[in-house]
Design a protein around this ligand. Structure first.
Ligand code: TMP
Ligand code: ASP
Length: 238
């Protein structure tokens, strides 16, 4: 597949056109940003880990009936996907308190949320991805009621599948962010990535952080954490 013109450059990926108008090439970068790009750096090997983790977990989800944009991984650090129109709503699913939810509500981190919480945020770097209601998203024309219901239901199914899959590999899925898109047929499918950049993974026993919080919070062993999360995620268990 020939890589064509640059369609879009994000903080962690570049998207290129291919010779098929319905297929795009994602090239994952080692660049890392946090706090709406106020903090910048690089994590060696991150691009390869994030592309391979996304491919592995999206293949798993597809095997369980979740539609995703993934087509295949042509080489390390790259993914070929269906071209979608990204829905401008970031979807966060939370199983334990952490991050912005803990901060906003004055809660300690690590409290178990028995009925997982699904949050919607406006996808806007300028505004710092603010939390919003489904009604705001509909008012702004970002998605229809039916699409948001579908997104919410997919996000909950994805959470149920991933948290069990990861716990079998000694990782607690604390929270994660998903993005969805509309494919050419207008169907809502899972897009973007699933990686240590977009999820919080804690060790099941020690609760050691094995995700981007090591970079965000200057905890050290950042590269090692990405490699360890990846090693566990691809491991076979009985
Ligand atoms: P938060 O607690 O900072 O809102 O983050 C919730 C989850 O979303 C966490 O797993 C990290 C992920 N996330 C992203 O993927 N991109 C972002 O820009 C932010 C702020 C969080
Ligand atoms: N990716 C986001 C940024 O740059 C935030 C984050 O992941 O913490 O700013």
């Amino acid at each position: 597949m020939q890589s064509g013109r640059l369609l879009y450059e994000g903080k962690a990926k570049k998207l290129f056109a291919t010779d098929d108008p319905d297929v795009v090439l994602h090239v994952y970068k080692d660049d890392a940003t946090a706090f709406n790009a106020q903090k910048r750096g690089s994590i060696a090997g991150k691009g390869q880990v994030n592309a391979a983790t996304t491919a592995h977990l999206m293949r798993f989800l597809e095997s369980k009936g979740i539609p995703t944009h993934l087509i295949h991984q042509p080489e390390p650090g790259m993914l070929l996907t269906q071209k979608v129109e990204i829905i401008g709503v970031e979807v966060i699913v939370r199983n334990y308190t952490a991050g912005s939810m803990a901060k906003r509500l004055g809660l300690e981190e690590g409290l178990k949320i028995h009925d997982p919480i699904v949050e919607f945020c406006l996808k806007s770097d300028e505004l710092g991805d603010p939390l919003m209601l489904d009604q705001h998203a509909i008012f702004m024309g970002l998605a229809t009621r039916a699409e948001l219901d579908e997104i919410q239901s997919l996000a909950r199914r994805i959470n149920t599948l991933l948290r069990t899959y990861l716990l079998d590999r000694d990782l607690i899925l604390v929270d994660f962010k998903l993005e969805f898109g509309r494919n050419r047929a207008g169907k809502v499918i899972l897009a973007d990535e699933i990686s240590p950049d977009t999820c919080r993974f804690w060790d099941r026993t020690t609760r050691k952080k094995l995700d981007k919080d090591r970079f965000r919070r200057d905890l050290g062993e950042v590269e090692e954490a990405y490699q360890e999360a990846y090693r566990r995620i691809i491991s076979e268990v009985n």
